[in-house]
Write a protein that binds this ligand. Structure first.
Ligand code: ASP
Ligand code: MG
Length: 462
C-alpha cells in the first residue's frame, strides 16, 4: 500500500483536485488502493491564523469576515467539483456546518478575549478537516470510492498544542482499526495531515508544514511500501536554483543526506518528516502534481552512490557568528556547559560550532536575543560578533567514503575567506561559514566542480 500526501497547492482549487484524482486513479491501477493525506487548501491555515489574530486584537468582525471568505471558497470548490444531487448537498451541508462551528468557536474566544494554544489548535484544524472532506467527495464523484476519516480519531499526540508530539503505537492501532478496513474494502481513505488529538480527544496540531509528518507516520503505522509527497516542484535539487544557476534534480538520496539538506534550508521537506519513514525503512518520494510523469526524488536508507562527488548543497543567509574566547577553557571542564546555558536561557538555537583550546565559535540565525546573549557571555569570556555571514553546507555520502574529497572541496574555496569549517562525526557534510557577499560565488564554484553528473578527475584536481 502507498500513502500519497498532497500539499496545499495540490488541493488549492477544483483543477488541482481533479489533477489529484487522476494521480490517485493512476496509482490505484499500479499498486492498489492508496491512503491519501491532504493539507488544507493553500492559504487556509494562514487565514485561520489571521482570524485568531483578529480575535486577539478584539476584532471579532475581522475574524468573522475571514471565516465567510473561507466558507465561500470551499462551497465554490464543492459546487464546481461535485455533480448536483443528494451527495453534493450532504457535503455542502457538512462544510457549512463546519464553518459555522468555526465562527462560533472564534466568537466564544472573542467574547472571552482569550486565545489559548488549545483553542487555537481547534480553529487551525478546520483547514484540513474541510479539505479532506472535499477531496474524498471529489474522488467518489469521479468514480474512485473514497471516504474521509477524521485524522483526530487516528493520530494520537501529547497535549503540546501547536507542536504536539505523536505517539506512534496507539496511532498504528487506530490506523488498523479505522483506515486499513477501508482500503481492504476498495475505498480510498482521505485524512487531513497536520492534525491529531490527545488520548482524551482534545484537538492538537503538529506544527506548520506538519502534513508531511502525518503522512510519514501513517506510512510507518500501515507498513506502506512507499510514501509519496506530491508538491509543486520536481523534487529536490542539487542546490537552491535561486542561488545556483544550473541546479539539477536529484533522482535519489539517502535519508541522512535529505535531513542535512533540509536542516540547512532545502525547504521541500522538513527533516522530522523523515524520522518515522527511516525507522520503518519506507522510501519517500517527492513528486510534482503538475507533472506526474517526472520521476521526482526518491529518498531511501541506502540509495546507490551518485556519480557526482557531492549529492547537494544547502545554504543559509543572515547568519551571525559569535566568538567566545577565554583562557579559562584551557584544560578545564564545565566551560561549554556555561556557554550553552546562555543560549538555552535565551531560547536561541545554534547551528554550527567550532572549537579550539581557548575559543568557541557558534553561529545563530535568530538575533532577537543577541544583546542579552553577548552580555551574559561577557561575564566570563571575551566575546566578538560578526553579522552578515552565510553558511554553505556540502552534503554527500561520498564525503564519508572518500578521504580526499573534503580537502578538495576546501581547496576549491581557497580564494574565499572561510570563517569557520566544520565536519561532523557522521562526515556526510562539510559546512563552512563565509561572508554573505561571497556566498553566491562560493556556491557556484562548489556546485560546478562537485555536483554535476560527470566528473572528470583532472578537472577536480585542477
Ligand atoms: N496546513 C498546514 C500548514 O499550512 C500543514 C501543512 O500544510 O503541512 O502549515
Ligand atoms: Mg508542506
Amino acid at each position: 500500500m502507498v500513502v500519497m500526501k498532497f500539499g496545499g497547492t495540490s488541493v488549492k482549487d477544483p483543477d488541482a483536485i481533479r489533477r489529484l484524482a487522476r494521480i490517485v486513479a493512476r496509482e490505484q491501477g499500479i499498486s492498489g488502493v492508496p491512503v491519501v493525506v491532504v493539507s488544507a487548501m493553500s492559504g487556509i491555515t494562514d487565514q485561520l491564523l489571521d482570524a485568531v489574530a483578529a480575535v486577539e486584537r478584539g476584532d471579532a468582525e475581522g475574524a468573522a469576515r475571514r471565516v465567510t471568505a473561507m466558507r465561500d471558497r470551499h462551497r465554490a470548490a464543492a459546487e464546481a467539483l461535485l455533480t448536483a444531487g443528494e451527495r453534493r448537498d450532504l457535503v455542502i451541508d457538512a462544510l457549512e456546518r463546519q464553518w459555522r462551528e468555526t465562527a462560533s468557536l472564534l466568537h466564544a474566544m472573542s467574547v472571552l478575549r482569550e486565545v489559548s494554544p488549545r483553542s487555537r489548535d481547534a480553529v487551525l484544524a478546520m483547514g484540513e478537516l474541510a479539505s479532506s472532506r472535499l477531496v474524498a467527495a471529489a474522488l467518489t464523484d469521479l468514480d474512485l470510492p473514497a471516504q474521509c476519516v477524521d485524522a483526530r480519531c487516528v493520530l494520537v499526540t501529547n497535549a503540546d498544542h501547536g507542536h504536539a508530539q505523536p505517539d506512534p503505537a496507539p496511532t498504528a492501532a487506530r490506523l488498523h482499526e479505522h483506515v486499513l478496513p477501508l482500503a481492504k474494502a476498495g475505498i480510498v481513505a482521505v485524512l487531513g495531515g497536520f492534525i491529531g488529538a490527545t488520548a482524551d480527544g482534545v484537538t492538537t496540531t503538529l506544527g506548520r508544514g506538519g502534513s508531511d509528518y502525518s503522512a510519514s507516520l501513517f506510512g510507518a503505522g500501515l507498513h506502506a511500501s512507499a510514501i509519496q509527497i506530491w508538491t509543486d516542484v520536481d523534487g529536490m535539487l542539487t542546490a537552491d536554483p535561486r542561488v545556483v544557476h544550473g541546479a539539477r534534480p536529484l533522482p535519489s538520496l539517502s535519508f541522512a543526506e535529505a535531513s542535512e539538506l533540509a536542516y540547512f534550508g532545502a525547504k521541500v521537506l522538513h527533516p522530522s518528516t523523515i524520522a518515522p519513514a527511516v525507522a520503518g525503512g519506507i522510501p519517500v518520494r517527492i513528486l510534482n502534481s503538475h507533472r506526474p510523469e517526472v520521476a521526482g526524488t526518491t529518498i531511501t536508507a541506502n540509495p546507490p552512490l551518485p556519480e557526482a562527488p557531492l549529492t547537494g548543497l544547502a545554504c543559509k543567509r543572515d547568519i551571525t557568528v559569535i566568538d567566545i574566547r577565554s583562557t579559562m577553557m584551557l584544560a578545564a571542564y564545565g566551560f561549554m556547559r556555561r556557554v550553552f546555558e546562555v543560549f538555552e536561557r535565551h531560547r536561541t538555537s545554534v547551528d554550527v560550532i567550532t572549537t579550539s583550546e581557548v575559543s568557541v565559535s557558534i553561529t545563530i540565525e535568530d538575533r532577537r536575543a543577541l544583546d542579552a546573549i553577548v552580555r551574559d557571555l561577557s561575564a566570563f569570556a571575551e566575546v566578538g560578533v560578526e553579522s552578515e555571514m552565510a553558511l554553505l553546507c556540502a552534503v554527500g555520502e561520498r564525503l564519508r567514503l572518500e578521504p580526499g574529497l573534503a580537502a578538495r572541496v576546501l581547496g576549491a574555496l581557497d580564494e574565499f575567506p572561510l570563517r569557520m569549517v566544520s565536519q561532523a562525526g557522521a562526515r556526510r557534510n562539510l559546512t563552512v561559514v563565509l561572508p554573505q557577499a561571497q556566498l553566491q560565488a562560493a556556491m557556484a564554484r562548489v556546485h560546478e566542480r562537485f555536483c554535476l553528473e560527470v566528473q572528470p578527475v583532472a578537472e577536480v584536481v585542477a
